[in-house]
Each structure stands twice: as C-alpha cells, then as structure tokens.
Design a protein around this ligand. Sequence first.
Ligand code: CTP
Length: 412
Amino acid sequence: MKQTSADSRMTVSGKRILLIISGGIAAYKSLELIRRLRERGALVRPIMTAAAQQFITPLAVGALSASHVYLDLFSREDEQDVGHIRLARDCDLIVVAPATANLMAKMAQGLADDLASTVLLAADRPVLVAPAMNPKMWAHPATQRNVQQLQQDGIHFIGPMAGEMAESGENGLGRMAEPLEIVASVESLLDGGEKPLKGRRAIVTSGPTHEPIDPVRYIANRSSGRQGHAIARALAKLGADVTLVSGPVSIADPEGVKTIHVERAEEMRDAVLDLLPADIAVMVAAVADWRVATSSDQKIKKQPGDAPPMLSLTENPDILKTVGHHAHRPTLVIGFAAETQNIEENGRSKLARKGADLIVANDVSPESGIMGGDRNRVKLITRDGIEDWPDMDKNSVADHLARKITQMLETS
Ligand code: CTP
C-alpha cells in the first residue's frame, strides 16, 4: 500500500509549475496550494499581479514557494534573471489561481499589459485556470463569452464552485476550487503515464440525491460527492471513458470526465441505465432510500392551528442492485457501504444482496469525520475476503481503487 500511495504523488514530483496569482480574496488559498504542490515535490515559481499583492504579500508567497516571486514586467533584475519569455516556457504547466474575471478577459483577448498576461500570451505550455469571482461576475455574458473562448483555445478549467463567497456572503457559482482539487487537476494534466483502462467504459455515481417535498423543500443527506468525483477522475486518468452521474454537489466537475447532473434518485437511475452497456460501474452516490410519495406541486403553507403535515415516504429504486442484476451487467460492479456499525458484516451482506463484485465499506459515524471530510478509511470486501486500507485522503483512495479495478478487470 505504501508503495502505491507514493505513486499518485509521483506525477507532480520534480515538475515545474508556474503559478500566476491574480487579485482576489481567494488569493489566500494560493498559499495552501503552494504548500500542497511542494509537499508533492513540485517546484513552484510564482508570479503575482499588482492586485494580488493587495491580498497577500510577496514575502509569504516567496517563503512558501522557496522561490523568487516575479512581480513586474519591466523589472531589470527579473528580466536579467530569466525574462518573461523564459518564464513562460521554463515550466511543465501554468496554473492561474485565483483567476479573476479581468485576467480571464485579458487572456481571451490576447492582451499583454503586465507580467502575468504577457507570460500567458507567450506560453506554449498547458494552462490550468481556477476562476474566483463574485457569482454575478461569473454569470455575466461577457465572462461566459471569455470562458468559452478560452476553452476553445485549449485552456483547462477547474471550478468555480458553488458556495458562499468569502467577502459578500452571497451564494452561487464563483468560489475558487479548493487547493486539493486544483492539485488533483494538476496531477491529471501532468500524468502522461500508462493508460491500462483505455477502451473501457465506466459509469460512476456520486453525491447525494435531493428528493422534493414541495418546490422549495427537499430531503437530502450529507454526502459531498468528493469520493465519487475523485474516483471518476482517477479512472479517467488511467484512460477509461468515464461518465459521472452526479447528484447536487458544490464541487467542480472532474477534469477529463463527462458529467451528467441529476437531482432525484429516479433521475439518477434513468441516467445510469441509459449508459449501459459499460465495463465498470462504481456506485458511490448516497442515494436517498426513500422519497416523498406524493410531493406537492405548490409550496406547502403553514396554516395557523393546523397540525404539521404528514410526509408519507415510498422506497426509491436501488440503482446498484438494478445494475448488479441487469441483463447488460457491467463486468465489474462496485458499491459503497456507508456504515456506522458492524462494517464487515453489513458490507458482506450488501455484496450478496446487490449483486456486486466489490463493496467499499467505510465508517461514516460522526466521530470518523468522513462524511464531507477530506479523508477516508475503507475496507474492501469481495467474495474472496477483506482488504483493510489505511487512512488516506480521498484522492489517494480513488487512485488505489482505480488500480484495484484495473487488476480485477485483468483477472476477470
Ligand atoms: N445505492 C443505490 N441506490 C439506492 C441506495 C443505495 O445505488 N437507492 C448504492 C449506493 O450508491 C452504494 C450502495 O448502494 O453504493 C450502498 O448504499 P447504502 O445506503 O449504504 O446501503 P443500503 O442498501 O441503503 O442499506 P442500508 O441503508 O440498510 O445501510
């Protein structure tokens, strides 16, 4: 296990990353991004725009990156040191985090009026952009036009995510992706390695489902979608053709994966069945077991003196079980078991009941911090026995599982 745990980090080790930090409150997260990249052995060379320096200091960026921080297009020292053209070329990947609406507009137009925009115009390396801005700025047709242009130009995107904005408390799309999500994208962009799952089709479900009570209320659960999204990304990294069917989550669609967004369990089931046949199905979603039998078309109003409404529940389709017993059953069917007690016993009975080849069982008791957290500790239950994996971050669990899937397919 230790051996392969190092593997997922190898992709970044020794790679040279040019990190462009533009001016936004999310710039504070770039400090952690630098730490996470360096932890994995990357060499980080930072450029800061003038606006970025209003949010974090070149001193902090320099200390964390252990590198000179490039600030000015017309700095004689910097130009003598490497020069802006070499800065643009002397790296394996350029990451722009945070990317403001302004910098993206300049990139889309090919403007070069400061060091960051000039380097981006001179670049011939892959560029990954992590936008961060107010939701209204992101949704503005001008920004959306620029994003489309940049995508056409081959620029890669991670995020933005939904969630609360640090400065205004507003909700919506615009929050920068978390440092670890950016790192995962960096890894997948830099990974030109082997593709043992090339030619294999995979379906992954992820996130919670929302079961409506009325147009404004729903039943949900605490799943963040992190583990499922990481698995989709990990399978794609190994060359699989992956479609992710995601419930409502506030994390970004993974790089290199086709994502279908659904709300309800029944929609998720329909989307999954439409995708058959496939070689691999990994059902990670925390599908609601029940839905409201007759959800109301109108908002249920509270009338003075009335008793609270009674919700009558009905069972949702079991997607894993349906796929596990389907005429076009994928070669490998994998389920998750979220347990708070008797993990092994419950995992084994799920394996048999749902017609799965492998159940990834995890302890989601509140003390474990797994639900919604970054880390996971899992047991793999197959007909042949149990493998107990050590505590790892969810991306590493995903990488290991993708390798395990490769082995299982090879021997099936
Ligand atoms: N699952 C599914 N469709 C459902 C319920 C669960 O596809 N309607 C899948 C999940 O994606 C997961 C596995 O089944 O891979 C186990 O889900 P879990 O909720 O832990 O198991 P249940 O069968 O609902 O059993 P219990 O609620 O008794 O723990």
